[in-house]
Design a protein around this ligand. Structure first.
Ligand code: FES
Length: 82
């Protein structure tokens, strides 16, 4: 069984590691850079290189939804379960 790991970066992208195929909405497969076994996918919507993260999330002060919910609830923990 292939292992694909998706890591949610704090207030940042989704980092996808492992053997996978990335396909856009039109069925086009994206070629990953040679020797790079992972990609970071934009979660903030501000990247000019979508679907990939280009670091813009840091410049715009992106706050991920789970952080906003914790702030609303007054919790500082990171115990969100899916
Ligand atoms: S998550 Fe990094 S640019 Fe959107």
């Amino acid at each position: 069984m292939a292992d694909v790991k998706i890591t949610v970066r704090p207030n940042g992208p989704y980092r996808v590691e492992g053997p996978f195929t990335l396909v856009d909405a039109e069925g086009k497969e994206w070629t990953l850079p040679e020797g790079k076994p992972w990609v970071s996918l934009c979660r903030c919507g501000a990247s000019v290189n979508k679907p990939f993260c280009d670091g813009t999330h840091s410049k715009i002060g992106f706050q991920a939804a789970e952080a906003a919910v914790r702030a609303e609830e007054g919790s500082a923990g990171f115990d969100v379960k899916i």
